[in-house]
Design a protein around this ligand. Structure first.
Ligand SMILES: *[C@@H]1O[C@H](CO)[C@@H](O)[C@H](O)[C@H]1NC(C)=O
Ligand SMILES: *[C@@H]1O[C@H](CO)[C@@H](O)[C@H](O)[C@H]1NC(C)=O
Ligand SMILES: *[C@@H]1O[C@H](CO)[C@@H](O)[C@H](O)[C@H]1NC(C)=O
Ligand SMILES: *[C@@H]1O[C@H](CO)[C@@H](O)[C@H](O)[C@H]1NC(C)=O
Ligand SMILES: *[C@@H]1O[C@H](CO)[C@@H](O)[C@H](O)[C@H]1NC(C)=O
Ligand SMILES: *[C@H]1O[C@H](CO)[C@@H](O)[C@H](O)[C@H]1NC(C)=O
Length: 252
């Protein structure tokens, strides 16, 4: 019976080890990593000695991207993009009683933009044949852009405008993004968004891209040293992070 305590000890050690393994596994989940990054513990998952052969889309594909979307790396020949950009194109048909429409969203992301990482979008809406574009949204911004004239009709609330929600903050080394389509309304002086609105929560928000990325190595490898230095100056305003944690855009 004298061997029992060491055995117990070994057993508990094993249990403790497997618990640590489980935690590690959880932290390695790219989706969780993206969300954790958004909530503040960004730097933990960033390893600057990344595989330099991975393109923007290789990295975006393995983080959060909607199955309604495809990613392609920008190139010299296309007019609306440069080689140091990537394009995410998405489409979804919302066949719902409260919102029956098809929305297409094209996102052009320029992580290495010298004025700070930036994004442009183009939204296409089917029912009204609308084609609407916003460009030059820079890191540090968190904005809901109403899609003109497009709304859901929710019983008890009425018309709720449909927005393109764009959050982008950080720099090419640690760029956090969350982009999609959402709908928010003021109800009794409080801003409520789709996920808290019965009937609408089943279809919106439609997040198309979310995550924290490290693109700095691509920017550096493809620019002069001065340009790379300028890129790094598009830094992270931490007030934004705090604001964003309470903001409408941060809801899941
Ligand atoms: C970063 O990744 C490389 C290889 O992928 C690894 O050798 C290195 O130890 C990592 N560094 C840190 C700080 O995690
Ligand atoms: C880097 O990524 C490429 C393509 O994804 C892969 O073929 C290659 O093996 C990777 N290299 C390392 C060292 O991980
Ligand atoms: C450049 O992008 C366009 C799409 O915008 C694509 O048709 C073309 O094949 C691309 N060229 C290269 C060399 O990848
Ligand atoms: C949505 O609209 C299409 C025609 O535009 C119609 O056929 C379909 O029944 C509608 N769906 C709902 C849920 O209202
Ligand atoms: C960056 O430069 C490297 C080597 O100069 C090249 O292989 C790679 O395709 C470039 N990446 C982009 C996005 O242009
Ligand atoms: C993601 O990146 C490109 C662009 O969509 C695509 O060709 C590829 O199949 C996707 N998946 C990857 C790289 O795993």
């Amino acid at each position: 019976m004298t061997s029992a305590p060491p055995l117990l000890f070994l057993l508990s050690l094993l249990l403790a080890l497997s618990a640590t393994q489980a935690q590690k596994k959880k932290a390695d989940n790219p989706l969780l990593r993206g969300i954790q990054g958004k909530l503040g513990s960004i730097s933990t998952s960033i390893n600057s000695s990344k595989n330099h052969t991975k393109s923007f889309c290789d990295r975006v594909n393995t983080t959060g991207i909607s199955k309604d979307c495809s990613c392609r790396n920008g190139n010299e020949t296309a007019s609306d993009e440069g080689p140091l950009s990537f394009v995410v194109e998405c489409e979804r048909a919302f066949e719902s009683m409260v919102f029956n429409d098809t929305i297409g969203l094209k996102l052009v992301v320029a992580p290495c933009d010298q004025a700070g990482s930036s994004v442009s979008f183009n939204v296409v809406e089917k029912n009204h044949n609308l084609d609407y574009e916003i460009s030059g949204i820079h890191a540090g911004d968190e904005v809901n852009y109403p899609i003109p004239g497009v709304s859901a009709i929710v019983p008890g609330i009425g018309h709720i405008g449909i927005d393109v929600a764009v959050l982008i903050f950080g720099n090419p080394d640690e760029l956090s993004m969350k982009v999609g389509v959402n709908a928010c309304a003021a109800v009794r002086d409080k801003q409520v968004c789709a996920s808290a609105i019965p009937g609408l929560s089943r279809i919106l928000p439609w997040w198309i891209l979310w995550g924290t990325y490290s693109f700095g190595d691509i920017c550096t490898a493809n620019s002069t040293s001065t340009a790379a230095a300028a890129v790094r100056m598009g830094s992270t305003p931490m007030e934004r992070l705090a604001k964003q944690q309470q903001g409408v855009i941060s809801e899941a």
